[in-house]
Design a protein around this ligand. Structure first.
Ligand SMILES: [Zn+2]
Ligand SMILES: [Zn+2]
Length: 297
């Protein structure tokens, strides 16, 4: 079943023509619990991995916060996201590749106190046997171990939220307020960026943006994807909860907790306090260098 974000109740560019220049395409992935296979795009599912390619481990230092102390020795990374090009057309696949994999070390890393992601771009036509039982860390923080989910990619349009240039924000603020008084819709919460797990568009910052610059060329990197903790919250559900997930009567918050949680946080991740991990790349430099940020930790 597809997932469909309701059309915005307000035509953003008709009210705020200044924002047209900032329109960006994003793809909401809409993870939902399931049993993805290695040939499926997934969150927390098995990765398509050649048997003869070593599984990545993390040997970096892990700050001990007093709970879930990291084990000694290298930690196997865990699968977080696998995306085939057929479902993620906007991703900048390097030539010869059609599969993006994101794994992370499920322990806090400095300086963001968040899991540390790694990317793999590969060609899906692998000759030879596949890895069937990758190593899995034991005792890692549950909140950083994604539950297996199938995806329902949906292309949407975003306008900047935290990334709205300050001057433009000042120009538009009164008009945002007036729109909210007249229609009940908040630009910030309802009309700008999609919450949850998505590719492209604007990072799902929960506080001041912190864009990385590319180490090679010095230019600001591009947002590749956001792994957010929740697909909506009490404020954003009205605008961003897909049509297919809306109960016939009442609201999503009238459902029993487990039923709501399976839609709101199907992957069962909690990054800090409802924060996210944001991955950036430089498509201009050889090897597509990447970096990450996290907030709300
Ligand atoms: Zn690590
Ligand atoms: Zn660069």
């Amino acid at each position: 079943m597809a997932r469909t974000t309701p059309a915005r109740a307000v035509d953003v560019e008709a009210h705020f023509p200044e924002l047209a220049a900032y329109r960006r395409q994003a793809t909401r992935l809409h993870p939902r619990r399931g049993k993805p296979g290695v040939r499926d795009s997934s969150v927390g599912g098995p990765l398509l991995w050649p048997a003869d390619e070593p599984w990545p481990h993390c040997s970096q230092g892990h700050p001990s916060l007093g709970f879930d102390p990291p084990p000694p020795g290298p930690v196997p990374l865990v699968p977080v996201l696998q995306l085939y090009a057929s479902e993620a057309l906007d991703l900048p696949f390097p030539s010869g590749t059609n599969l993006l994999q994101l794994l992370w070390c499920p322990y806090d890393h400095e300086p963001h106190y968040a899991p540390r992601p790694e990317l793999r771009w590969r060609a899906a036509d692998i000759d030879g046997p596949l890895l069937t039982h990758p190593p899995r860390p034991t005792g890692a923080p549950e909140s950083y171990m994604p539950a297996p989910c199938v995806l329902h990619p949906e292309r949407i349009v975003e306008y900047p939220q935290w990334d709205l240039p300050q001057q433009l924000n000042e120009t538009l603020r009164e008009r945002f307020d007036r729109l909210q008084e007249e229609t009940g819709w908040s630009y910030w919460e309802d009309l700008s960026i999609a919450p949850g797990i998505k590719i492209g568009g604007y990072p799902g910052w929960t506080q001041e943006p912190d864009w990385p610059d590319c180490d090679s060329c010095g230019k600001r990197m591009d947002h590749l994807l956001t792994i957010g903790s929740a697909e909506f919250d009490g404020g954003s559900a009205r605008a961003w909860l897909p049509e297919e997930d809306r109960p016939a009567a009442g609201t999503i918050f009238d459902l029993p907790y487990e039923q709501r949680h399976a839609i709101q946080s199907a992957a069962d991740l909690m990054i800090g306090d409802m924060g996210g991990v944001y991955v950036f790349i430089c498509p201009r430099c050889p090897g597509q260098p990447y970096a990450y940020r996290s907030d709300c930790s």
